[in-house]
Write a protein that binds this ligand. Structure first.
Ligand SMILES: [Zn+2]
Length: 328
């Protein structure tokens, strides 16, 4: 794992220790924001757990288990990644039926349920039965942006693993590993993504970012000018539905820059140095509390959108909250 995954050293140590002591548990909840790398980590861990001849906590890449995993075939592992709104009881029932059959070519059977918060109530109840009496060879990994949305009984039978933000250097290495070249915006992508690689990669992949940034600054300007300015922000979010993640990153970047100035830090620490004038002009319209509240509202909005809540309702509520925090 060490060779393949950047950062998250505490979590790596945790699993390396569990493996070398033979204390690997049966169920883990990987918790953290969207884009932090929970699935990437879980996938690497899966391969390591399946490999029959791991070396220095890395999969051997030679054994049959490694080969089957790379090819995405075989019955010793299952990845549940529901692209629809929810993970149904049927998907969990399939796991339940399958998990009791002993592994075919590995020492373990490993199951990964992504976006576990989208499991229906029935699906969670069904999973609970397996968590109560897991076969000794089974490991179940759940990833979620919102662990508290899982039933208490599911949580109490799993070990929670929290993913932390990456450092600047780690983010740089992750971007490089993803084939992103150093260019003028490299630093900006890292600074604007708040230690979350998925966000930095999204920013790097968006070609019309400057244009979108201008629109965001304009819309927030409207919120400051008028009590109904938020309507423009709603319209922008609806128009940019496909880029909503990037748009929220840009809005949050603006707010975090206001915070830099509010807390008396040097303007050279701004994320959006190109917007320094606007930020310096507008910081007096916000209190520190209002900025922190607005950032919290954005994070909440992200959560709702990731849970497939109604898009229009979510962005309307979010824009109204941002409006409320302006001129407070
Ligand atoms: Zn192997």
């Amino acid at each position: 794992m060490r060779d393949r995954l950047v950062g998250q050293d505490t979590i790596k140590h945790f699993f390396e220790n569990a493996l070398s002591a033979g204390h690997m548990g049966h169920a883990y909840i990987f918790a953290g924001p969207q884009g932090i790398g929970k699935s990437t980590f879980a996938t690497q861990l899966m391969k390591l757990l399946l490999c029959v001849e791991p070396k220095d906590n890395n999969p051997c890449n030679v054994c049959k288990a490694c080969y089957m995993f790379d090819e995405g075939i075989g019955i010793d592992f299952v990845i549940v990644d529901e692209s629809k709104n929810s993970i149904s009881i049927d998907a969990i029932r399939d796991i339940q039926k399958q998990i009791i059959i002993r592994p075919a070519y590995s020492k373990r059977k490993v199951y990964l349920i992504k976006r576990a918060e989208t499991m229906t109530e029935e699906a969670q109840n069904c999973l609970l039965k397996t968590l109560e009496e897991p076969p000794e060879y089974a490991v179940i990994l759940l990833t979620t942006i919102n662990p508290m949305s899982l039933r208490e009984t599911v949580r109490s039978r799993s070990v929670r693993v929290d993913f932390g933000r990456y450092t600047y250097e780690e983010m740089g290495r992750i971007l490089e590993l993803n084939g992103i070249e150093h260019e003028s915006k490299f630093e900006y992508w890292i600074n604007a993504s708040d230690g979350i690689p998925g966000r930095a990669l999204e920013l790097a992949g968006s070609d019309s970012i400057e244009e979108l940034k201008n629109c965001v600054y304009e819309a927030i300007g409207k919120c400051l000018e008028s009590k109904v300015g938020y309507i423009e922000l709603v319209e922008l979010m609806e128009k940019e539905k496909q880029n909503i993640g990037v748009l929220l990153d840009l809005t949050e970047g603006y707010l975090r820059d206001l915070l830099v100035i509010k807390t008396g830090a040097n303007p050279s620490r701004l994320i959006n140095t190109d917007k320094k004038d606007i930020i310096l002009r507008n910081e007096k319209n916000f209190t520190i509390n209002a900025i922190i509240n607005a950032i919290a509202h954005i994070e909440n909005g992200r959560k709702f959108l990731n849970q497939n809540s109604n898009f229009t309702n979510t962005v309307q509520v979010l824009a109204l909250h941002i409006q409320e925090e302006c001129n407070k």
